[in-house]
Write a protein that binds this ligand. Structure first.
Ligand code: SF4
Ligand code: SF4
Length: 435
């Protein structure tokens, strides 16, 4: 049977009656059909390894065929909870003839990493799926929204297709000084890599302005690149555009080399992860921090102006928590805000549920909606609502837009979605608190 063919069910062999000699009395015993049924030997070699050959040949694709079918991954896969997915299922489909390079399953993995956490065989979908997607880009029609993001990133240096000269426009109304290195050279302690959604998305800009005010109040020596900043294109890489990512590594490091700074801090867990993992692989190492890690040790220096009286639940970003082990810094910040009570969702920390935005999922909602019963962000909003929280706090730039949309589409507009830095900023300022 060719590899990938369907398994032939075993053929039952039975006689209406059969007689066997009793081992005790030696007498012949009549066995009716239901007792004398035999099966032809099952063929265990229906499937060969050839279905994996194309995937294993891809750098990063090797581990898919290591799966031995225990099924642990499916139980924790966030996509399976709203659909039919998980590494074991992908493995089985490839084993039985599916060409993953042209299958819709290609786009569903968010690279959240929860499967790798539990997999005894270390099947690594964060390596497999980007490799498969990269190979697939020449064979399939890339979903329109994702293709649009690839093109905007290539042309403008950001996923939102905005004019780079407006990179730091958010700072004009921050109410605190924001130093742009190109306009005021000289050493700086913290180079803050703002990334796309805090630079250009209106709700991201709110958070960026809050960060500027908090950093100023704490006396942090910090600056941004402004118009010289380009995206690191981390999610574009995970969606298959490794070439674009590599080209941007060259651009980004050339700009960074112009300036003297001690620490590279970002609000984007995906960028943070890339600076810790992908950049060193390419010969560029930095002291990189997520902004919550920068601020958590300074929280005792914050001069609070008021209590917020809020019940807050927190969504762990996959690329800060599970992928880099940082669960405590965001919680330390939330718990420090006067009047805030932190309530955890059942799925949190190592088993945090993915918002659906990673791995290119931010730009694949139009594809995933055809393969899932609801968006991952919608499911997460329901989990947040179950805690009785007033606020769903996040610290990833994708999540405020995603969860705000999901709160509306699930009828939970009362759930306020905001970045942790906005809560801190709010409690540091006089004036009426937001409910
Ligand atoms: S946990 Fe690993 S070995 Fe087990 S089914 Fe999933 S991918 Fe296969
Ligand atoms: S990385 Fe996350 S979304 Fe992808 S298969 Fe694993 S658990 Fe599912």
């Amino acid at each position: 049977m060719p590899v990938g063919g369907r398994k032939v069910p075993p053929v039952a062999v039975e006689k209406e009656h059969a007689t066997v000699a009793s081992t005790i009395s030696g007498r012949e015993v009549d066995l009716p059909a239901m007792w004398n049924r035999m099966f032809e030997p099952r063929v265990l070699t229906d499937y060969g390894p050839d279905g994996f050959a194309a995937i294993s040949a891809l750098p990063g694709g090797e581990s898919l065929e290591w799966c031995y079918g225990c099924g642990k991954c499916v139980a924790v896969c966030p996509v399976d909870m709203v659909g039919d997915y998980g590494p074991r299922k992908i493995h089985r489909k490839v084993q039985t003839g599916t060409d993953l390079l042209v299958d819709p399953d290609l786009w569903l993995c968010t690279t959240c990493g929860n499967c790798l956490r539990v997999c005894p065989k270390e099947v690594d979908m964060m390596a497999v799926m980007p490799a498969v997607r990269e190979a697939a880009l020449n064979r399939v029609d890339v979903p329109a929204e994702l293709q649009d993001v690839f093109e905007k990133t290539f042309r403008y240096g950001n996923a939102l297709g905005q004019n780079q000269r407006r990179r730091a426009q958010w700072a004009d109304s921050a109410g605190a000084p924001v130093r742009i290195l190109g306009r005021g050279p000289g050493p700086v302690d913290v180079l803050f890599y703002v990334e796309d959604y805090w630079s250009f998305h209106p709700r991201g800009q709110d958070a960026a302005r809050a960060f500027a005010r908090v950093a100023a109040a704490l006396g942090i020596d910090w600056a941004v690149l402004g118009p010289e900043e380009k995206t690191l294109a981390v999610s574009q890489r995970l969606a298959g555009e490794k070439g674009l990512f590599d080209a941007l590594v060259e651009d980004v490091t050339a700009v960074l080399a112009k300036y003297e700074f001690r620490r590279l801090v970002t609000a984007d867990p995906h960028a943070f992860n890339a600076l810790l993992t992908q950049y060193p692989q390419r010969g560029h190492s930095f002291e990189a921090l997520h902004y919550t890690q920068l601020l958590a040790p300074l929280v005792g220096q914050i001069e609070w102006a008021r209590e917020l009286d809020l019940r807050v639940t927190f969504h762990d970003p996959c690329y800060l928590g599970r992928q880099n082990g940082e669960y405590d810094a965001p919680r330390a910040l939330i718990e420090a805000v006067p009047g805030v009570q932190l309530v955890e969702m059942a799925r949190c920390r190592q088993n945090g549920y993915c918002c659906g935005g990673g791995g290119g999922g931010m730009w694949l909602d139009s594809v995933t909606r055809d393969h899932t019963t609801e968006r991952l962000s919608e499911r997460r909003v329901r989990e947040a609502v179950q805690t009785g929280a007033d606020v769903l706090a996040v610290c990833c730039p994708y999540e405020v837009p995603r969860f705000t949309d999901a709160a509306k589409s699930t009828g939970h507009e009362d759930l306020r979605v905001c970045d942790i830095i906005e809560l801190i900023d709010e409690a540091m300022r006089d004036g009426p608190a937001r409910g």
